[in-house]
Design a protein around this ligand. Structure first.
Ligand code: ADP
Ligand code: ASP
Ligand code: MG
Length: 411
């Protein structure tokens, strides 16, 4: 007998037939004698619709009300799945984030889970009941509903697995594992039977949506055994038979590739703050107010100045652009810039691999492969196991395919 958290993403609960299929899969685990807790996402497309409604009413909407709206998608699926399970004779009960004791910080729209009080759920699981927990949501210190950022149900699942001391956290999605790149845009992508926490963390943070970044961070910290599986196959992965991808410690991977994966993000926007005075304190003047407004900045470049003025370019999440423009406009006098230029037609492409620590030339291969396709690089950033470039959005797929081939990853 094992204690398992099973998480089902949006396409896995996209309609009533899919919800019935999920219920059948959960029932198989219960019938096998396991204690099961389930975490669900909203039905595919539901969250996008809810976000769009908020944005259409006001691009600068109140984040607390945004959370009140977008958290409803998961409320629906948790109730529906509980009904589908009950119909099959499985004792099941839905739990909203606040009912499940999911306590978060105050960062509405991208809150972090601080604690989950799992005692009552454990007691019910021991009595044979299946909790069906609404992912993506919790309760903030202001006693209002919070959400965890897009893709946040993965994090709900891992946090719940840690709180319940589960043996496994199975993330069921619409692909059967983590691939060398998004299999939807590169048909020759290869499935990785195992991936190191560090690599998965880096891939997720640069756009591989298969797991939310924070979920990997949490799994690594809390030692949660995470596997990514398809909810669309026949279910023979029961009982821990690993047919998906297992996220493991680096030393559990024998064959270390130099580059193990390529990710892209189309959620970026580029902002250039033109003609700022080139003097000490200017970066703090630009980025201080942004961070105070909980806006994360990613890549940054500052040009050298010929006449004591310079341009500062950075990238951020596209959804944060309206607020960032507002914050910078509010601080214009303090910063002293001449003009703000925003560009949404950009994409970030990244190559990731722990082998980069000991091999040189990875970035050069990237630059050459992009040059061969005539793709201009706008911004570059690197870390110990990653190289990222910002390019025109129209070249995204071409760039990912070219790099997949250049690093010898094609199947
Ligand atoms: P869910 O709704 O189940 O959470 P997501 O859409 O959030 O599913 O994540 C699964 C998607 O992640 C896949 O459909 C795939 O297009 C995308 N993806 C991006 N990069 C990768 C990768 N390296 N391996 C697998 N899937 C990836
Ligand atoms: N429904 C939320 C989203 O679409 C959370 C999730 O699916 O993980 O972002
Ligand atoms: Mg997801």
């Amino acid at each position: 007998m094992a204690r398992i958290v099973m998480k089902f993403g949006g396409t896995s609960v996209a309609d009533l037939d899919r919800i019935r299929a999920v219920a059948a899969r959960v029932k198989r685990e219960v019938d096998a004698g396991n204690e099961v807790a389930v975490v669900v996402s909203a039905m595919a497309g539901a969250t996008n619709q809810l976000v769009a409604w908020c944005t259409q009413l006001s691009p600068l909407h109140d984040a607390r009300e945004y959370d009140a709206v977008v958290a409803t998608g998961e409320q629906v699926t948790s109730g529906l799945l509980a009904i589908a399970l009950q119909t099959r004779g499985v004792d099941a009960r839905s739990w909203q984030g606040w009912q499940a004791g999911v306590v978060t910080d105050a960062a509405h729209g991208k809150a972090r889970i601080e604690e989950i009080a799992g005692d009552e759920m454990v007691a019910r699981m021991q009595a044979g009941q299946v909790p069906v927990v609404a992912g993506f949501q919790g309760l903030g210190p202001d006693r209002r509903i919070t959400t965890l950022g897009r893709g946040g149900s993965d994090t709900s699942a891992v946090a719940l697995a840690a709180a319940l001391h589960a043996d496994r956290c199975d993330i069921y999605t619409d692909v059967d594992g983590v691939y060398t790149t998004d299999p939807r845009i590169v048909s020759r992508a290869r499935k990785l039977p195992r991936i190191a926490y560090e690599e998965m963390l880096e891939l997720a943070s640069v756009g591989a949506k298969v797991l939310q970044t924070r979920s990997v961070e949490l799994a690594m910290k809390e030692r949660v055994r995470v596997q990514v599986l398809s909810s669309f196959d026949d279910g023979t992965s029961l009982g821990g038979d690993l047919r998906g991808t297992l996220v493991v410690d680096e030393d559990e991977i024998v064959e270390k590739e130099i580059v193990s994966g390529i990710a892209y993000s189309r959620d970026e926007a580029k902002v250039t703050v033109c003609r700022v005075p080139d003097r000490p304190g200017i970066a703090a003047a630009v980025f201080g107010p942004l961070s105070a407004a909980s806006i994360n900045v990613d890549m940054i470049v500052q040009n050298i100045s010929a006449d004591g003025n310079t341009d500062m370019t950075f990238t951020l999440n596209r959804a944060d652009l309206p607020r960032a423009e507002q914050v910078l406009a509010d601080n214009r006098d303090k910063i002293g810039y001449r003009e703000l230029v925003a560009d949404k037609e950009v994409a970030k492409i990244s190559v990731v691999g722990v082998g980069m620590r000991s091999h040189s030339g990875v970035a050069t291969t990237m630059f050459q492969a992009l040059a061969a396709k005539g793709i201009n690089i706008q911004v570059i950033s690197t870390s110990e196991i990653k190289v990222s470039v910002l390019i025109g959005a129209e070249y995204t797929e071409l760039a990912v395919r070219a790099l997949h081939t250049a690093y010898g990853l094609d199947a």
